[in-house]
Design a protein around this ligand. Structure first.
Ligand code: B12
Length: 215
């Protein structure tokens, strides 16, 4: 089977919310020598985008959305250790406190970002999802972080990113950290509006940007 066909199969398995099919397609692709990161980018994420569109058009509903997310996460449990194996053993680049804002339960993009940060030589403190703004601030202070990276997927939770920046300003510690924001609902314009130090549309761009910001 050619790679294009494998990607189509991976994408379709996510669209079908079929965990077994996702896992067997992932294994087929790995056996065919496809890189784990390529499996994610060319197969699984395009499938998740279709799921998002179908949800928006009300072709599918929350249970299907959740099922697709679970199938995606099952694939990540196979791919993540393989990506880590190929990780960076060189000198550490910096300390990052990462999380998804208060009220927001989306973790997939944040987890991909965490994985890429770790394999690119950063130390990451992942606070998880639904993170209170003071948790970001307290953890950053505790570990003497270089960067606070904040994810948001919903237009209703975006303000959580601004709230972290405003609270840091109130405490007089805004300039101690680089603040980088991202996640489906965010834009460069939003990052500029709230005074973040950077925005990236993909986890790969985020790692490059963060590397520049801390060097
Ligand atoms: C999977 C999913 C879910 C899953 C999440 C499971 C999980 N563990 O994450 C579940 C089922 C829980 C869910 C719930 C909901 N969801 Co939802 N969900 C999605 C879906 C389909 C995919 C999201 C995703 O993981 N994408 C893949 C990742 C890799 O993309 P990403 O997060 O954007 O991350 C990339 C970049 O943005 C970047 N990045 C991410 N974080 C960061 C951080 C930094 C600092 C940087 C620099 C970069 C960066 O790197 C990543 C990799 O390249 C999207 C549709 C879509 N296409 O995005 C809807 C979507 C985000 N959900 C939506 C909605 C409405 C909901 C619900 C409100 C539905 C409901 N009625 O209950 C709830 C909200 C729950 C809550 N309080 O959070 C809407 C949001 C609309 C809006 N603009 O506000 C979307 C867009 C669907 C739609 N089109 O309507 N959802």
């Amino acid at each position: 089977m050619g790679h294009e066909e494998l990607f189509a199969q991976l994408k379709q398995a996510i669209i079908d919310q079929d965990e077994d099919a996702v896992l067997s397609s992932v294994n087929t692709a790995l056996d065919a020598g496809v890189e784990p990161k390529t499996i994610i980018d060319q197969g699984l994420l395009p499938g998740l985008n279709v799921i998002g569109e179908q949800f928006e058009c009300e072709d599918i509903f929350l249970p299907e959305l959740m099922q697709a997310a679970l199938a995606f996460q099952a694939a990540m449990s196979v791919l993540e250790p393989k990506i880590k194996e190929s990780g960076n053993e060189g000198p550490k680049k910096g300390k990052i406190v990462l999380g998804t804002v208060k009220g927001d339960l989306h973790s997939i993009g944040k987890n991909i970002l965490k994985l890429l940060y770790e394999t690119s030589g950063f130390d990451v403190w992942d606070l998880g999802i639904d993170v209170d703004l003071f948790k970001f601030i307290d953890k950053a202070k505790e570990v003497d972080a270089d960067v606070i990276a904040i994810s948001a997927l919903l237009t209703t939770t975006l303000v959580g990113q601004r709230d972290v920046i405003e609270a840091l300003k109130d405490q007089g510690t805004r300039d101690r950290y680089k603040i980088i924001i991202g996640g489906g609902a965010t834009t460069q314009v939003w990052a500029d509006t709230i005074g973040a130090d950077g925005w990236a549309g993909t986890a790969y761009e985020a790692v490059n940007l963060t590397t520049k910001l801390v060097s």
